[in-house]
Ligand binder design. Structure first.
Ligand SMILES: Cc1cc2nc3c(=O)[nH]c(=O)nc-3n(C[C@H](O)[C@H](O)[C@H](O)COP(=O)(O)OP(=O)(O)OC[C@H]3O[C@@H](n4cnc5c(N)ncnc54)[C@H](O)[C@@H]3O)c2cc1C
Length: 367
């Protein structure tokens, strides 16, 4: 196996993610992916020989309204059927899970005990080291300019340092996939949507809490060592909170917004944080950055063989949850590449084909 990376491994969206790992989705396929992935995250050290910081401390959603609590309750029968270890919690339990958190405006919440968070770059380093020991080669600083296609099959890739012939090519190129796939005349509806993260100075008293998400506002926080990391919705020019893109672009990939952190975000985060927990009063933001979500029209990834082009596969477009599902995605796409069909989970619904055939509508909530 040969991996060609135009920059450095992890330099795409992976370096910018929050590292959250959850089972609290509203579509059964997503929960199955989380279960398969979490089995790997739990045994990461045995499976790869490397450490990463998977902390199974849970995801806590909190709602500020009766309507929000009702929305959180809706998928509970699905979680029970899937044995996903998710439960509704009241204000007292919220305060037990996050000591000191403000709860006088909290109507209730939902807690996933098997959820948690990890470190995307540390995990990537572990995967890459294990793959290398198993014989994979990695070449950084090599950009694939185009795919080589002969009739109805892919035959390799073209780079500035020459062609590389291959029977199978996997595009795992995140929000840059549409442009590359277009070189083989394959339309792929993936586009970039900028999101940002901020990090505080040390707050060791909160180092062991779950990842917390305000359901209505989309404000998140989680410990990262002794610091806290914050994720937030985008703020539109008229001051509205926007948790995800309103529309797909007319043509893919569309525009890449500059990777700066919009100045409107820090005051918003400081205000939300100070409201939610007294430890966040006078918050010191020590770092902040932006990266792109790789969005698809139904907020679900494209994983599997490209119909009509033998040997070409895609694993991209994770729409905000590509890190948590990475071990499952890797396993499933390799099963499909080697055996013609993913065996561990039926992923036909994730095929690129669905955008032509409308195979089934997914349920999703962009966080
Ligand atoms: C702010 C933010 C918060 C997030 N939080 C979470 C979270 O809590 N949990 C979660 O699971 N996910 C989260 N995500 C999403 C997650 O980070 C991504 O889904 C995941 O990192 C995507 O990984 P990838 O390997 O598909 O893409 P990328 O990491 O973008 O990798 C694609 C790689 O392809 C390379 N490349 C592109 N084109 C070419 C070419 N032509 N030739 C060679 N190389 C090329 C790029 O350089 C890049 O390194 C978050 C994302 C953001 C932006």
């Amino acid at each position: 196996m040969l991996v060609l990376e135009r920059d450095k491994l992890g330099s795409g969206t992976t370096k910018g993610g929050l590292g959250g790992i959850r089972h609290q989705f509203v579509d059964e396929l997503d929960i199955r992916m989380s279960q398969l992935a979490t089995a790997f995250w739990r045994n990461f050290e045995d499976r790869t020989g490397s450490r990463h910081e998977f902390e199974e401390r849970g995801y806590l959603f909190i709602a500020n309204s009766e309507e929000g609590v009702a929305q959180l309750r809706e998928p509970m029968p699905l979680y029970e059927r899937m044995r996903a270890a998710v439960r509704m919690v009241n204000r007292v339990e919220v305060a037990e899970l996050v000591p000191g958190i403000r709860t006088d405006d909290v109507f209730g919440g939902r807690f996933g005990a098997r959820d948690g968070y990890g470190d995307p770059l540390a995990a990537l380093a572990g995967f890459a080291a294990a793959a290398q020991l198993d014989g994979a080669s990695f070449r950084e600083g090599i950009e694939v300019d185009s795919l080589l296609r002969d009739g109805d099959r892919v035959t390799g890739v073209r780079t500035a340092s020459g062609d590389v012939r291959a029977e199978r090519v996997l595009l795992a190129t995140g929000c840059w996939t549409a442009a590359l796939a277009a070189t083989a005349a394959v339309p792929v509806p993936i586009w970039p949507y900028r999101r940002s993260i901020m990090q505080s100075g040390p707050l060791p008293q909160l180092a062991r809490i779950p990842l917390v998400i305000e359901w209505e506002s989309g404000f998140h926080f989680r410990p990262k060592g002794a610091a806290q990391r914050f994720a937030m919705p985008n703020i539109t020019t008229d001051g509205k909170e926007e948790k995800g893109p309103t529309d797909a672009p007319a043509a893919f990939p569309g525009e890449f917004a500059p990777l700066e952190v919009p100045p409107s975000l820090e005051p918003w985060v400081r205000a939300r944080a100070a409201w939610r927990h007294p430890a966040f009063a006078d918050l010191v933001i020590t770092d902040s950055w932006s990266c792109y979500y790789e969005m698809t029209p139904d907020d679900h990834p494209i994983v599997g063989a490209v119909p009509g082009v033998a040997g070409l596969y895609i694993a991209a477009g994770f729409s905000g949850h590509g890190f948590m599902h990475a071990p499952a995605t890797g396993q499933l796409v390799v099963e499909e590449m080697l055996d013609g069909r993913a065996r561990s989970i039926d992923i036909r619904d994730l095929s690129l084909e669905r955008f032509q055939t409308g195979r089934r509508p997914f349920k999703a909530a962009v966080l």
